[in-house]
Design a protein around this ligand. Structure first.
Ligand SMILES: [Fe+2]
Length: 430
């Protein structure tokens, strides 16, 4: 049992590091050090930062070992330096960063070999600290993928196209009013903000069976949606004017039609793919134009997890088993969302499609703790963000790894952000 868990953790750590290496080996040294957008860290910062977190939690805390590089803790503390300031720091160069993360990994694997997962130590129970570090590195891999999307230059990443649509998915699904279990108390690697499981009574609502597509979003643009303050909230309109928004990020119009730039390739938009790279305010305006609204976080989670036959909440829309490629577009296997209808096997019991993978979905809810929340293992993981200027995002994107894409996983960001792989679907009161 202990040995099985050790092997499973070692495999997750290795799989995750392979992705980090692929993302950082794809570009030359100049591109690793460069800041591709003031919103993002240089890739070489992310690289050493994942190693530093691994050192702090696994080598020093779990393992009780001496520091590898205590002198660099401050440089890689995300709370100490805003992303825009990170290029000016005396960072490890690419060679030093690679050597550092490899040295930390050797020590972490040695700690893993000697760990007994003592259930009386919450950090060790079921290998939680290792799972947290795997998810942390995977989340940075998604951030690094977003940096690649912002990078100007010839394409360096390639991947097969996502699967085609296999079923027609349209319209909305009715979700009857009533209680369901939100969050989790049992998922071993669930983070503090997903806990504890609690019952929420959700009034009846309708939710779209699929996310809003590029084709639908294009109609909003063509109808003058970006020029009509009626559809925008006051804050949303002020931002739309200030930032000069006219279309999703990475869209360009050649006078004939809309194209989008994906990782250096420019192609006509695929009208059947979920729209991506929109901010919360754009999603909110589209919803108003369409005569609907964004779902709440509880509505989204109920539509994703609630099993109408048994009344219990599943780990994923399709069941409790971890995602397979047939279920959802996750893990950077493809470099774009898949067309609507591509994942019939991933639908929820209520018949809602593509809730996991493809695009993060903006929700109308703010980031608040669940009743009974307890910070773990540190306040800075979630608690310091509660009540801030954030909106919730759920479900993960094509850039999100399965390790961080369960139906209870909560993500949050500022409502103006759109360099992330964010889209949305619509809901309305019943
Ligand atoms: Fe981080």
């Amino acid at each position: 049992m202990t040995q099985d868990l050790r092997l499973a953790i070692a495999a997750e750590l290795e799989r995750t590091r392979a992705r980090t290496a692929a993302l950082t080996d794809a570009v030359d040294e100049t591109d690793l050090i460069r800041q591709h957008s003031p919103l993002m860290s240089p890739l070489v910062w992310d690289l050493a930062h994942v190693g530093n977190q691994e050192e702090l939690w696994l080598v020093r805390d779990v393992g009780g070992r001496d520091p590898v590089r205590q002198d660099i803790d401050e440089l890689y503390d995300a709370f100490k330096h805003a992303r825009k300031d990170r290029p000016a720091l005396p960072l490890l160069d690419p060679g030093q960063a690679r050597a550092y993360v490899a040295q930390v990994r050797d020590k972490a694997l040695d700690v893993l070999d000697r760990t007994t997962f003592d259930p009386s130590r919450p950090l060790l129970d079921n290998g939680f600290a290792f799972g947290m570090i795997v998810q942390h590195e995977q989340q940075h891999d998604e951030t690094m993928l977003a940096t690649h999307q912002l990078r100007i230059g010839d394409p360096v990443l390639t991947a097969p196209a996502p699967p085609p649509s296999r079923v027609r998915v349209a319209g909305e699904v009715f979700v009857a009013g009533g209680p369901f279990t939100m969050g989790t108390s049992t998922d071993a690697w669930a983070l503090d903000n997903e806990r504890p499981a609690h019952v929420v009574d959700v009034p009846a609502f309708f939710i779209d069976a699929a996310p809003v597509t590029n084709g639908q979003y294009q109609e909003f643009i063509a109808a003058g949606g970006y020029d009509d303050p009626r559809w925008w909230s006051e804050r949303g309109w002020a931002y739309r004017v200030k930032a000069g928004l006219v279309a999703p990020l990475h869209w360009v119009n050649d006078g004939v039609g809309w194209h989008n730039r994906q990782f250096g390739w420019v192609n006509p938009i695929n009208v059947d793919e979920p729209v991506v790279h929109v901010c919360y305010f754009e999603a909110e305006a589209y919803a108003a134009w369409a005569g609907k609204r964004l779902p709440t976080e509880a509505e989204w989670e109920k539509a994703a997890r609630f099993d109408t036959a048994t009344g219990r909440s599943r780990r994923f829309p399709w069941g409790d088993e971890s995602p397979e490629p047939r279920h959802a577009n996750l893990g950077q296997r493809h470099l774009s969302p898949a067309p609507v209808g591509a994942y019939p096997e991933g639908a929820s019991p209520l018949g809602v499609h593509q809730m996991i993978g493809d695009v993060w979905e903006w929700l109308s809810s703010d980031f608040d703790p669940y009743p009974g929340f307890a910070p773990f293992p540190y306040r800075e993981y979630s608690e310091v963000f509660f009540g801030g200027d954030y909106k919730m995002l759920r479900g993960g994107s094509f850039g999100t790894d399965a390790a961080a894409a369960r139906s209870t996983f909560r993500n949050w960001d500022h409502p103006i952000r759109r360099q992330i792989f964010s889209g949305f679907r619509l809901a309305r009161d019943a």
